[in-house]
Design a protein around this ligand. Structure first.
Ligand code: ADP
Ligand code: ZN
Length: 735
């Protein structure tokens, strides 16, 4: 990452009609000039209402005006009531992210202003208290309400009615009779402060060693990055909670990023057990109202700890002392649409700008982070053992070339035997296959035709429970056709390959009495159902869970002793530079579900490539061997983190136009030393949601200022109407 120094903050002297450059949350080149009211002192970050066209828009004082337009032609922007100001560090961060990702600063600002309602003045809630009068006519219902009101708590009509078990009309009658009187309460309940000493655990000596480093990093109040590198179940969370406690003691705020919303419910509970209250929450499932409440509370310092998804990185913390990125290797941290950015990398940047500590936690760090940690750029804190009596599971490979039961079946004999003995001893098993639906491909036996999506160059996936063929990219669906669309033969369409539904079908045939559940994002609607399945599993209402990666992470099932990986070779060779790393991470993560409590765990991995380094490293528990090999191969090919990559993606409805634009873009690529440009080539999914896609890949040495190169190129490019150019710096996906 390049090192853009933070700009000095211009302050506006008191004066007459000061001017300012105001950034609007729109994809514009830069700030626009505005006048400010006479005598107004509006530092960088000041929120204003700025006239735009015929209306008004929320904007932020960003810097000095360019100054070429005469005073009389400038429109006047008004600071918002209450004078809210975005912290200067957030403004610097927005500039940094914009320049790094080649986005307009206004597009990044838009992410930081997600809750525009947050700036409206706080409203009031009307509630009622016991009043001076007692009504002449008393009924039992009225008596119950007034008895309730004796506790002196203000309640609204609905609460009185519910708690006293009367109709709202009874309550309204009492208000009319002045037996209850109105009072005003602030619109929002305040956030309660987490208590750093509420229930501190006794840490093991290795945990305590790591915690001590993190605590002192927070204490130094300067920029630091640590990799908390601990095996699954080693107590990484307990350990970094000590750093959170330290931030709280120092009156600093803390931000904990999680890769997926489905993990937050369990996490919030765990946080509450440690700190006495739930933290503030920030992700796409949080209601508008709650966002308004949280945004304000973050900005005025009332919310001390926020747990959230990647978008929480753009919240206006005035006194941030710690950022934790849990499961830092997760690909979910890369935002792939709108402004493309990697939240883990940007978390490190924000920590640098805030001069605070950053903790990256993982059992299987990304290679980038691993290299930074082993080269000494980040502190490397290792927890090599599981906490308490729990042992790491035994991992065995099953060579599918020899052990396959019958054609068209997916559970080998050794796996079936292991499941049988697990069930006999009353323990639980999980079968993992990272494929939703019944079968990934439907093929005509007679002519070989494959059923594909009409909007995407992708196969349609059969979902047998729902009796649909669906596209996992655009959502297109259809009923399975009665005949082959190509050769019109009947009853020739066959399902190829396994999905979780098909494995479940086979499983139930072999183990008809076992209680089984399928866990994948389309059999479970949203975080609540996922939670319900997790609870059912924890309460042992389910014997065997058959799931996709939705079940791979973070969950703790004490009775789960067997994990079977149905097809470890999936996704191992799709030409993506991180495919091997991801396979390793995912399989390692899934394996980590087994034997988390006192009973030992067993993991069986079915593969056709038992000699592959990924499989060997898993089976031998030799993670570092895998990293060493992966590192060497990236170094040899100048792949990240040893070189830099950026993708230029052109997309549009008219295929010829897109291909033409891609060729034209390639032709004007600036010549530069240590920069290679590959392509254009059709993207892996050359048709996606009806759009044709062409890709160019830029590869440079680490010493090259990639952003400067890309900006020069992008500025010179003339992209025709109807074609869109997306720049993806540090691409994670090569589709
Ligand atoms: P990781 O995040 O490394 O996978 P966790 O932090 O989830 O590990 O810890 C695994 C389990 O061990 C959790 O149930 C946790 O509460 C428990 N645990 C870890 N460390 C301690 C400790 N020092 N005292 C008590 N329980 C602990
Ligand atoms: Zn599609």
């Amino acid at each position: 990452m390049s090192n853009a120094a933070a700009k000095p903050l211009p302050l506006f002297a008191l004066g007459i009609s000061p001017r300012a450059g105001i950034l609007l949350p729109r994809p514009l080149k830069g700030p626009y000039d505005y006048k400010l009211p006479k005598g107004c002192n509006a530092p960088r970050g000041t929120l204003v209402a700025a006239p735009l066209g015929t209306g008004e828009i929320l904007g932020v004082v960003w810097g000095e005006a360019e100054g070429s337009v005469g005073d009389n032609r400038l429109k006047e922007a008004q600071p918002l009531e209450g004078n809210p100001i975005l912290p200067a560090q957030l403004c610097d961060f927005i500039d940094w992210v914009a320049q790094y990702t080649l986005n307009a600063p206004g597009s990044i600002l838009a992410m930081a202003l997600r809750s525009q309602a947050a700036f409206e003045p706080q409203g009031v809630r009307i509630a009622f208290l016991r009043g001076p009068k007692t009504p002449a006519r008393m009924t039992d219902a009225r008596k119950r309400v007034l008895a309730l009101a004796e506790d002196g708590l203000a309640r609204n009509v609905a609460s009185f009615a519910e708690e006293a078990n009367v109709s709202p009309a009874v309550v309204r009658g009492l208000i009319e009779a002045e037996a209850l009187v109105a009072t005003e309460l602030p619109e929002f309940l305040p956030f309660r402060e987490p208590d750093p000493d509420f229930a501190a655990p006794t840490l093991s000596s290795t945990q305590a060693d790591a915690a001590r480093v993190l605590v002192s990093d927070v204490g130094f109040k300067r920029f630091s990055v640590s990799l908390l590198d601990g095996v699954t179940g080693s107590g990484k969370t307990e350990t970094y909670f000590e750093a959170v406690a330290q931030a709280l003691r120092q009156r600093k705020q803390a931000l904990i990023l999680l890769p997926e919303i489905s993990l937050t419910v369990q996490f919030l509970e765990r946080f509450a057990q440690r700190f006495g209250v739930r933290p503030a929450e920030w992700h796409s499932d949080v209601s508008q109202r709650e966002r308004r409440r949280t945004y304000r509370a973050v900005m005025n310092g009332e919310a001390r700890v926020v747990v959230g998804a990647r978008s929480a990185l753009f919240l206006p913390f005035p006194e941030l002392g710690l950022i934790v990125v849990d499961e830092e290797h997760e690909q979910a941290y890369k935002q792939e649409d709108g402004a493309i950015y990697h939240a883990r990398d940007m978390a490190v940047v924000r920590a640098r700008i805030e001069a605070c500590a950053c903790v990256l936690a993982s059992a299987t760090p990304s290679l980038e982070t691993y290299v930074n940690a082993t080269s000494g750029r980040y502190a490397h804190l290792r927890l090599r053992n599981r906490h308490g009596k729990a042992q790491l599971p035994e991992i065995r490979l099953i060579d599918l070339r020899h052990a396959r039961a019958d054609p068209g079946t997916w559970l080998s004999q050794p796996l079936r035997e292991a499941i049988a003995s697990t069930l006999e001893s009353g323990e639980q098993a999980m079968l993992f296959l990272n494929r939703r639906g019944y079968a990934p491909l439907t093929l005509c036996e007679s002519c070989g035709h494959k059923l594909t999506c009409r909007n995407c160059s992708a196969w349609l996936v059969e979902h047998r429970y729902r009796k649909r063929l669906t596209c996992h990219h655009c959502g297109f669906e259809m009923a399975p056709p009665p005949q082959c669309p190509q050769c019109k033969a009947e009853r020739t369409l066959i399902a190829c390959g396994p999905g979780v539904e098909r494995v479940a079908e086979e499983f139930s045939g072999v183990f008809p009495n076992a209680r089984v559940a399928i866990a994948s994002s389309d059999t479970m609607q949203g975080p609540n159902e996922t939670q319900a399945a997790i609870r059912a599993m924890a309460k042992r209402e389910i014997d065997v869970m058959i799931g996709t990666q939705i079940m791979a992470k973070g969950h703790h099932f004490p009775q789960l002793t067997l994990v079977g990986i149905v097809d470890a070779d999936l996704g191992g060779s799709d030409g993506d530079l991180r495919a091997r790393e991801r396979t390793f991470q995912l399989l390692h993560q899934v394996s980590g579900r087994a034997g988390r409590a006192e009973k030992p765990g067993l993991v069986l991995i079915q593969t056709r490539n038992p000699d592959d380094t990924v499989m060997k490293a898993l089976a031998n528990g030799d993670r570092d061997a895998f990293y060493a090999q992966e590192r060497a191969s990236r170094e040899a090919t100048h792949a990240p983190p040893f070189g830099r990559l950026a993708a230029m993606i052109l997309s549009g409805g008219d295929g010829d136009k897109v291909r033409g634009a891609a060729r034209a873009l390639a032709e004007i690529a600036p010549k530069a030393r240590d920069v290679k440009v590959w392509g254009p080539t059709p993207a892996f999914y050359s048709l996606l949601r009806g759009l044709t896609r062409e890709r160019l890949l830029v590869q440079t040495e680490r010493s090259v200022d990639m952003q400067a190169y890309l900006r020069a190129w992008k500025t010179a490019a003339k992209i025709p109407n109807g074609v869109r150019l997306t720049v993806d710096v540090d691409p994670m996906s090569f589709f």
